[in-house]
Design a protein. Structure first.
Length: 329
């Protein structure tokens, strides 16, 4: 027994090899909690991700609030995908608001409870974005390729039910991410992102092909509704390729990287492109929403009215001398 204890004490004095995972190592030393999740000396990838997330705070939060405000003001003539866009914007606001808390916890608080809350927000971002974009693609896919079925499923209750399902899946995944310790849990996200990416690309390619055929078969000009759907699908396809292609290309090759390299470099860089979608998605949505141009026109009209009112106030002091008849000589 004394020999066994002496061996344990000697093992603690030696530098620990991070790749070894033996029972003796676990019994000898207990790893202290780290907000860097084991990447204390390899923080470059994490800081790169947080730097891009700062753009979400400065640009993404106001843009998402504007998207929600426009959707609310346009509720009398809503689009069938508005509920998905609104939920996506709300989730992006929540995720972006956690970025300052993440910086404070890394360099000031060092709190395990706060880190759990941050992991929950990361789980929300990992799941809500791909799933709500998938719902939008599904909605457009049925609308363009199966218009009769789309008319039968146009009621809002179907979109609300689908949104509730997405929220349930999102919270379940986020809770599992907070608990941790689940075997091969990273591969759950890899499978999810691969399936969502494949489905969205196929949907959008089919929609673009159908809209192109409808244009060439009839008139030269595309119908306004189909033209709007074409632009929306094209924008979503750009988002998918820019924000979701890097993790799709990197994460399936997890077994080819060492655990430290994958956790500290590959994952943060891949997630960085995914997280910046909290800015690109609302900007793309705003670029296609007609209400934005209406708001701009309203602002210009109000500005012009104010300017014309000011101009109308100043001439009375100058005009009377010009309007008076010339004095007799």
């Amino acid at each position: 027994m004394e020999r066994y204890l002496s061996l344990q004490l000697k093992s603690t004095s030696l530098p620990a090899n991070p790749r070894l995972n033996t029972t003796a190592d676990i019994n000898a030393t207990v790893k202290p909690f780290s907000v860097f999740d084991g990447c204390d000396h390899q923080v470059e990838g994490i800081l790169f991700d947080l730097t891009l997330q700062c753009i979400n705070v400065v640009v993404g939060i106001p843009a998402n609030f504007l998207v929600i405000a426009i959707l609310i003001s346009n509720r009398k003539e809503p689009s069938t995908s508005d509920i998905f866009l609104g939920c996506l914007a709300f989730m992006d606001i929540y995720f972006s608001a956690m970025t300052p808390i993440s910086f404070l916890n890394l360099y000031h608080w060092q709190s395990k409870e706060v880190w759990s809350a941050l992991k929950f927000s990361y789980g929300v971002k990992d799941t809500s974005g791909p799933l709500f974009l998938t719902c939008i693609c599904l909605d457009r896919f049925i609308a363009v390729l199966f218009p009769v079925m789309f008319g039968q499923l146009k009621h809002i209750k179907y979109r609300v039910s689908l949104s509730v399902l997405v929220f349930c899946l999102t919270f379940a995944y986020s809770a599992a991410k907070v608990v941790g310790g689940l075997p091969n849990f990273e591969k759950v996200f890899t499978g999810e992102i691969l399936a969502a990416f494949t489905w969205m690309v196929l949907c959008n390619v089919c929609i673009l092909g159908a809209l192109k055929k409808s244009r060439s078969a009839g008139k030269d000009e595309m119908h306004p509704m189909k033209k709007r759907a074409f632009k929306m699908v094209l924008y979503i396809l750009c988002i998918i390729v820019y924000n979701y292609l890097p993790p799709v290309a990197l994460f399936p090759f997890q077994d080819y990287y060492s655990p430290n390299v994958f956790r500290c470099y590959v994952q943060p860089v891949g997630f960085a492109f995914l997280n910046i979608s909290s800015t690109t998605q609302p900007l793309v949505s705003l670029s296609r929403l007609e209400k934005v141009s209406c708001l701009a026109d309203t602002f210009v009209k109000k500005f012009c009215v104010c300017v014309s009112a000011e101009n109308n106030k100043t001439p009375p002091a100058q005009n009377p001398p010009a309007q008076n008849p010339p004095a007799p000589v």
